[in-house]
Design a protein around this ligand. Structure first.
Ligand code: DGJ
Length: 546
């Protein structure tokens, strides 16, 4: 039984509001209901973002931080087009939206909505407010100039740190009020749901101090841990002994400072999110500046208090109005990036990568995210940020992922559905370039990585190859890849059997059906299986035992 992350009551309310724009039509995938509220669903630990009632894959790109202004948007849209993206992540700024307390200006939001619709691209809005990369540089001027009412945190040495206090009720209420006003505006003007999700804050937490050491914060730190964190399942998830009461130090020991800060930041953002959700329940998420996912480093070496992998249970307990916690991946090594992807794909957390580097060493993780049932992928900084580059330079810069999105765009609904159903398996080339395999019931796919897709035995110069196998039937697979070669081995009782390709069709999906370009045979399938060159190709492959 599918568990909706939103209550059925609110879904009914949304459907009623949306009914004026409701238009239904059918595709090979099923009923698409234009105008339905975007929502995240979970089934058997896998997730989907439903857009118009069907699984949707965000082929995203994020604009630079100061590119949400009208004069910057032409370059943003040309980058979106060059990327074949279907979703733009773009910041909206509290300082611009509420220039005077209680006076709201939604003109930039309206411009984004209009231009998004003109370009037939969905939006994910990024609410740059109390936190932006651990600082408060996007709060309105009237807040910046009142440091007594809206203080920063205090470091262990007693000095002020460039990071807002999560203990300030006035700031929390002001943020909640402004964010709720934004959501109220969207509810009024976005009946067609151009906006799919909203990011609350940006990489919240603090650099330069593990927590707030002000007198007020210290008093809270020395008091009892809130009961939400004392639940046995939460303590177990944090690898802490079950206790029924205790101070932060008593319950969490050496992790007390970081956990206290994570709770404080998450509780503040949870409050802001709940206020907005009560007005208009779009999916909301918070993005994380990551810590090294393998070495368990000290909290003083990364941004403390944000939703890093070790404190996900704290964020879940403190901020239930947040639908998901999302990793910003700037670690290109496969061991680390794949570990991050694994850590944020949880039964209680849909995987979404809202920021990732844009080079070819990162494009391979698009495949890994699909295999984990991810709902979207989005490299950071797709526009040229006012640098005056030519269109050719932009296209060249974006090419590694643009060619993947060009492949994925016409089959986006199929990919989203397969990802939700757990039918996608992938491998990405590791730094050792070693061959890898994928088990598929009766078969094993063996993927080797070498230059020109295996035409020579020379290894790829850099580890950027990847392969995706979608199991459509017992012997039928969609194969997609670059810079590799895929062959098969029968498994188990069939291991000794002779097999061959019944057919290998190359083509692409159009409106829900596979359109043949050619049948691959001869050199294109012999000598070790179909090979994939620098640009991804889609093969519909059927195997047969003889
Ligand atoms: C991560 C932040 O979330 C983005 O807004 C941006 O500042 C990038 N880092 C810059 O690399």
């Amino acid at each position: 039984m599918i568990r909706m992350m939103k209550s059925m009551k609110s879904l009914w309310m949304i459907s009623t509001v949306s009914v004026i724009v409701l238009l239904e039509f059918s595709t090979a995938l099923g009923q698409v209901s234009v105008g339905m509220m975007p929502q995240i669903i979970e089934k058997d630990g896998r997730h989907a973002l439903l857009v118009d009632g069907q699984p949707f894959l965000m082929l995203g790109g994020q604009a630079h931080n100061s590119s949400g202004w009208p004069g910057m948007l032409p370059n943003v849209w040309s980058s979106v087009k060059a990327m074949h993206a279907n979703t733009l992540e773009v910041p909206i700024y509290w300082e611009q939206i509420e220039p005077q307390p209680g006076k709201f200006d939604f003109s930039l939001v309206d411009t984004l909505l209009k231009q998004g619709r003109d370009h037939k691209v969905h939006l994910v809005l990024l609410w740059f407010a109390t936190w932006k990369n651990g600082s408060n540089h996007y709060i309105p001027e009237w807040m910046k100039s009142d440091a007594v009412k809206y203080p920063n945190i205090t470091g262990r040495n007693g000095r002020t740190v460039d990071s807002p206090s999560p203990h300030t009720q006035a700031a929390m209420e002001a943020d909640a009020k402004a964010f709720a006003a934004v959501m109220g505006h969207l509810k009024k003007v976005d009946l067609q749901h151009t906006v799919l999700m909203v990011q609350v804050e940006n990489e919240p937490g603090s650099w330069g101090s593990v927590r707030d050491y002000s007198a007020e914060a210290q008093k809270l730190f020395e008091s009892q841990v809130p009961e939400e964190l004392l639940k046995p399942n939460v303590l177990k998830a944090l690898n802490k002994p079950v206790m029924v009461r205790g101070t932060w130090q008593e319950v969490f020991g050496e992790d007390a400072d970081e956990y206290f800060h994570a709770w404080s930041v998450a509780r503040y953002i949870g409050y802001v999110a709940a206020a907005a959700k009560a007005v208009y329940p779009l999916p909301l998420y918070v993005n994380a500046a990551l810590r090294d996912p393998i070495t368990n480093p000290k909290a003083s070496t990364y941004e403390s208090g944000g939703p890093t992998d070790n404190v996900i249970p704290i964020w879940k307990a403190a901020a239930p109005a947040i639908d998901l916690l999302a990793p910003d991946i700037y670690m290109s090594e496969s061991e680390k990036a794949l570990k991050v992807i694994e850590l944020y794909d949880r039964q209680d957390n849909a995987l979404f990568v809202p920021e990732i580097g844009s080079g070819d060493q990162y494009a391979r993780y698009f495949y890994a995210v699909l295999a984990h049932g991810g709902i979207g992928f989005s490299p950071f900084g797709i526009d040229d940020n006012g640098q005056g580059g030519t269109e050719e330079e932009t296209a060249d810069r974006l090419k590694p992922l643009a060619q993947e999105y060009a492949m994925a765009e016409p089959m986006m609904r199929e990919l989203a559905k397969w990802a939700f159903e757990g039918k996608i398996k992938t491998v990405v080339e590791g730094e050792d370039h070693a061959a890898q395999h994928i088990d598929l019931d009766k078969w094993q796919a063996v993927v080797s990585f070498s230059a020109a897709g295996g035409r020579t035995s020379q290894a790829n110069a850099r580890p950027i190859g990847k392969a995706m196998v979608v199991q459509l039937g017992e012997n039928e697979f969609i194969l997609i890849g670059t810079l590799c070669r895929v062959t098969f081995r029968p498994l188990g009782a069939c291991a000794d059997k002779v097999w061959q390709y019944l057919k290998v069709e190359e083509g692409k999906y159009e409106n829900g059906t596979f359109k043949l370009l050619r049948i691959r045979n001869g050199d294109e399938t012999d000598w070790g299986g179909p090979r994939f060159g620098a640009a991804p190709t889609v093969l519909n492959t059927t195997l047969i035992m003889r």
